[in-house]
Design a binder for this molecule. Structure first.
Ligand code: HEC
Ligand SMILES: [Cu+2]
Length: 337
């Protein structure tokens, strides 16, 4: 028992030390979550009420009909009470009807998709996420970049097994199912860097299938989208580009566009990222460790390591990769939720 508690405490410490995102559906940042919260509170109110009445009556009856000194044999036997039975049948039915009505209202509310919603195709892979913007003509992986105050429609699917897309501060979960499209619609209200999870056990590295939602003010998003559409990957280092072509280009694209076959994440906007592989902050030492041995950063990642690269080649490659970005944005400065 003591060992379990110690393990839990150290896990909690680890979670807190890792990154200070504040993830809770009880702090809504979208109309979707406000709706969920409204429902949550009503369900909670009725649950507490029912619990209070049931546990209270139980305690009262146990006390009232306790055995008293000098009492012998069975107490008087009561067989049924019509009025009581009607009452305890009708009240729960009324509660269930109210909850049904409220739930139906919320479901209808969150599923109304406005015609002008921004479409993003979301694809789950073991163990990373791909985001493609068919209307805006660009693609990014592991960080979903969205405008604040604009309704978005996610078309979610998966490449290999079933995953589930979940950014708790913004909207509920949606399964990502191979060969099927599931829809999720919400409006992010406030700029920030939001935490996301895969919420369906999808393999040994499921717990590390994390992503971010980068919500930008509308004008900033438009500026980003414009530059992303016209993107030609900058070559900050010619030697690094060559190393990339020889070792990485078979699996990774740097064009920022949806290629027909996708094996690894899009690296076109890698220099703009706040996170690496969803699990670590995007820094040069982390990137270097990832390339040498991805397993040391994200156990289970389906990428081979490159310990054989010479120090010169590795430095050139890092230089090249960090240069892959659109200028004039600092997503790391966004508040984390
Ligand atoms: C055999 C295919 C393959 C090759 C070759 C490959 N990668 Fe990867 N790479 C992947 C896959 C798959 C992932 C996703 C792993 C995960 O997150 O679970 C990945 C992830 C990454 C990431 C993290 C991306 C993110 O979105 O955070 C970086 C950075 C990266 N690779 C760089 C490289 C570099 C640099 C090379 C060449 C030296 C390379 N990769 C070669 C398949 C490959
Ligand atoms: Cu998953």
């Amino acid at each position: 028992m003591r060992r379990v508690v110690a393990a839990l405490i150290s896990l909690l410490g680890l979670a807190l030390a890792q990154e200070s995102h504040r993830v809770a559906i009880t702090h809504p940042f979208s109309p979707f979550n406000r709706e969920t919260n409204f429902l949550l509170i009503w369900v909670l109110v009725f649950s507490v009420l029912v619990f209070g009445v049931v546990a209270g009556s139980l305690a009262y009856i146990t006390w009232k009909f306790r055995a008293r000194p000098g009492q012998g044999g069975e107490p008087p036997q009561v067989h049924g009470n019509d009025r009581l039975e009607v009452v305890w049948t009708v009240i729960p039915i009324v509660i269930v009807m109210i909850l049904f009505g409220l739930t139906a209202r919320s479901i209808i509310q969150v599923n109304q998709i406005p015609a002008n919603a921004l479409k993003v195709e979301v694809v789950g892979h073991q163990f990373w996420w791909d985001f493609n913007y068919p209307e805006l003509g660009f693609r990014n992986s592991n960080e979903l970049i969205l405008p604040a105050g604009v309704p978005v429609l996610l078309e979610i699917t998966a490449q290999d097994v079933i995953h589930s897309f979940w950014a708790p501060s913004l909207a509920g979960k949606r399964d990502a199912i191979p060969g099927q499209k599931t829809l999720l619609h919400f409006t992010a209200e406030k700029p920030g860097n939001y935490y996301g999870f895969c919420a369906e056990l999808c393999g040994p590295s499921h717990a590390r299938m994390l992503f971010r939602v980068i919500v930008l003010p509308k004008e900033e998003f438009d500026r980003f989208a414009q530059q992303a559409k016209a993107y030609t990957p900058p070559v900050a280092d010619a030697q690094g580009q060559q190393v990339f072509q020889q070792n990485c280009a078979a699996c990774h694209s740097v064009q920022g566009k949806m290629p027909p076959a996708v094996i690894g994440p899009e690296l076109g906007f890698l220099g703009n990222r706040t996170s690496l592989g969803g699990v670590e902050p995007f820094t040069t030492p982390n990137l270097e460790a990832w390339i040498r041995d991805p397993q040391s950063v994200k156990p289970g990642a389906k990428m081979p390591g490159f310990p054989q690269l010479s120090p010169g080649d590795l430095q050139a490659l890092l230089h090249y990769l960090e240069g892959l970005k659109v200028q004039g944005f600092d997503f790391k400065a966004l508040t984390k939720y």
